[in-house]
Design a protein around this ligand. Structure first.
Ligand SMILES: [Zn+2]
Length: 94
């Protein structure tokens, strides 16, 4: 059985988006494992934007990096990122 390659990658992304959708419908936040995160950023072509500092925290406006990303929130069709400052972490669960 071939569990490697694109089929598995796509099903992972589908799973992540299902989770984001499910959680965002409850106006909550879905945090994912680092490896999944990197893979998702790659699939969304956001890796470059992230490395160029173009992604900002939706709460405080800080530049999001791979080190300070704490959560991803899907808001309608927009994907929002939160940084790991205490303020933003507390905000996302309220
Ligand atoms: Zn923030």
């Amino acid at each position: 059985m071939n569990l490697h390659g694109k089929v598995v990658r796509m099903s992972l992304i589908d799973k992540i988006f299902q989770n984001i959708k499910r959680f965002s419908e409850r106006q909550s936040v879905y945090a994912i494992h680092d490896d999944d995160l990197l893979q998702m950023l790659n699939e969304l072509n956001l890796t470059q934007e992230l490395s160029e500092g173009k992604i900002k925290c939706s709460n405080c406006g800080a530049t999001i990096t791979i080190d300070n990303i704490s959560s991803i929130l899907k808001n309608n069709e927009k994907i929002l990122f939160n940084c790991d400052s205490l303020d933003c972490i507390q905000k996302k669960v309220s």
